[in-house]
Design a protein. Structure first.
Lengths: 283, 301
């Protein structure tokens, strides 16, 4: 199950997000790390230092692309220039699969640069799935959609978030990047049981898993990616791994970024759960 | 509500400016109550009203975009001061919301917008325009496209006066009324000095120093903003160099470019040929030229 058609039949282990403060450490110390996830948009450029660094990283490490502005759920058509540049980058990185979020963020050609929540309607599922298919067909690689953290729900919604996710991925026949931190954040903000979500996801479609930290406020939780992973999120991760098997796992840390070793050590805590799954499979 | 309508309704509210206290406005884009507007499409929960939930996105939008402006235009911020820079950025983003999938392009229309709205810089308008041009050129030089450079031997004299060349796409040529390169370097030096040990006093002192530097006197300069070994440099050049390079960039032949450069030049006639030779040697060494359309430059040396 872990190596499936949604992650290019790869068996990646534990990776971390490639972030600028770590460039020097990675290129000079060459630490052991299973793989790096890059934010596609940071490298959809024409030249200069970012691409030179990326090429050096690609010589030594496995890299997977993760996007933040494809906006599969925006009602408008995909931006052709975005797609053209994304395909150029895909050729450069040879990423075995590509992910972006199940959200919207642009209207009439104006970008909010945020991951705005979807209304969980059949109309939205159909339009979103159509765009996922278009993007996948254009890029010619497997695509996985990631569930986002959300702070609002809509009156028009006709189903739960996990039902909506299932509807989209079935219609698009695409993979899932299951973010267990986002599930936790949304479950606290919208008062649902996060295990209901994890238990409902079609396990055979999970290409990758995200883990991260967040910030707790008095009345809601914000997905800030600036803290270690908390225990309830590790518990969700454990459950997810029980269901989907030894799946490529990535720790996101995007703000107040500590040293490479600190971030990597936090990510490697996932090994505890992954190895127990392997043991269970062996038995 | 259909998907497109819902997204348009929410985006209008999310992109509406915050109040001075950085909260969501009480008046909606339709002129009515924002509470009523939000409750039309967002569910409340036991802790947050529809208004509260929409406000989270409204605040995130502005915090994200304003911090991107601060990151991209520290020099302009030093010229205008923090408060005016923030107010100007809000007005700019209202008029010119992002039309790109990347925040890298957020300031692409700032120079043109500032020219149309001189009230934001007041008496510092020309200085503000100059620093904005430099900061945008810096962004373009950082990650702009590089073509295979032509080597010095490919620019041989045998190519003749009809030679047409192209500048590297990442290079910007700027004719400026103020020495804003000095200003930007000073601002960056101050920013680099900021660390965890900085306290309020040091921050205030730093702001004062930057403000003092921002009070520049006019002094016309010509700059080539370029890239070498993946680092961006601001290279001051002579007026004649600027004219030749700009003319070449406009597709003029080498002969016409040189003619234009020396039309009103103070460089003595006897020194011109040697000056041109040296300039071309430097430019070629820096890799500034690439093949122009219909160029007479041979493919291989």
């Amino acid at each position: 199950m872990p190596a499936n058609r949604f992650n290019g039949f790869t068996e990646y282990g534990i990776g971390i997000g490639l972030r600028a403060p770590h460039y020097n450490h990675i290129l000079t110390r060459k630490p052991v790390c299973d793989w790096f996830e890059i934010i596609s948009e940071n490298f959809m450029i024409d030249g200069g230092r970012p691409l030179r660094i990326l090429d050096e990283i690609l010589e030594q490490y496995k890299v997977v692309q993760h996007g933040v502005s494809m906006y599969f759920g925006s009602a408008e058509k995909a931006n052709r220039e975005h797609l053209r540049r994304l395909k150029e980058l895909v050729k450069r990185t040879k990423t075995p699969w590509l992910s972006d979020h199940l959200c919207w963020g642009s209207v009439d050609g104006r970008y909010t640069h945020d991951l705005l929540p979807m209304p969980y309607t059949f109309e939205a599922a159909k339009l979103t799935a159509q765009k996922v298919r278009e993007v996948r067909d254009y890029l010619e690689i497997p695509v996985a959609v990631e569930n986002v953290s959300s702070y609002a729900e809509f009156h028009v919604s006709e189903m739960t978030e996990w039902e909506f996710l299932n509807e989209v991925v079935e219609q698009a026949d695409c993979g899932i990047l299951l973010d267990v931190n986002n599930i936790y954040v949304s479950s606290q903000n919208h008062s649902f049981n996060p295990f209901d979500y994890v238990n409902s996801v079609p396990a055979e479609r999970v290409a990758q898993i995200h883990i991260a930290g967040h910030s707790k406020y008095r009345r809601y939780i914000l997905d800030t990616h600036d803290h270690p992973v908390i225990d309830p999120v590790w518990k969700l991760y454990e459950r997810a791994i029980q269901r989907v098997g030894h799946t490529a796992t990535l720790l996101e840390w995007d703000d107040s970024i500590p040293s490479f070793d600190e971030v990597h050590d936090e990510a490697l805590k996932a090994n505890k759960f992954l190895s127990s799954t392997l043991l269970a499979t062996a038995v | 509500m259909r998907l497109a309508a819902l997204q348009r309704t929410m985006a209008r509210a999310v992109m509406q400016p915050l109040t001075a206290a950085e909260r969501m406005q009480n008046t909606a884009p339709d002129g009515k109550s924002m509470r009523a507007y939000a409750s039309r499409f967002i569910k409340p929960n036991d802790r947050l009203s529809s208004f509260d939930r929409l406000e989270i996105y409204n605040r995130q939008y502005w915090f994200r975009l304003l911090s991107s402006m601060v990151e991209d235009f520290p020099g302009l911020r030093a010229v205008l001061g923090d408060r005016k820079f923030e107010a100007m950025s809000k007005a700019y983003l209202m008029d010119c919301p992002s039309q790109s999938f990347t925040l890298r392009n957020l300031g692409s229309r700032l120079e043109a917008w500032l020219r149309k709205h001189p009230k934001w810089a007041g008496s510092k308008q020309e200085l503000a325009i100059d620093i904005t041009r430099l900061e945008w050129a810096d962004i373009q030089a950082f990650d702009g496209k590089a073509e295979p450079p032509l080597r010095a031997e490919q620019l041989g004299a045998d190519a003749g006066a009809n030679l047409t060349l192209r500048m590297q796409p990442y290079i910007s040529l700027l004719d400026l009324k103020y020495p804003v390169d000095d200003l930007l370097l000073e601002v960056r030096k101050e920013d680099e000095g900021t660390d965890f040990a900085s306290n309020a006093f040091q921050e205030k002192h730093k702001r004062k120093r930057v403000q003092a530097v921002a009070k520049l006197n006019p002094a016309k300069i010509f700059l080539a903003v370029h890239r070498l070994d993946d680092s961006v440099y601001f290279r001051r050049i002579e007026r004649e160099e600027f004219v030749i390079l700009r003319a070449l960039g406009d597709g003029k032949s080498l002969g016409k470019a040189i003619e234009a450069a020396f039309r009103k030049s103070r460089v003595p006639s006897a020194e011109r040929a040697e000056s041109v030779r040296k300039w071309f040697q430097n430019w070629a060494a820096l890799g500034w030229f690439c093949r122009g359309k219909g160029s007479a430059v041979p493919e291989k040396s």
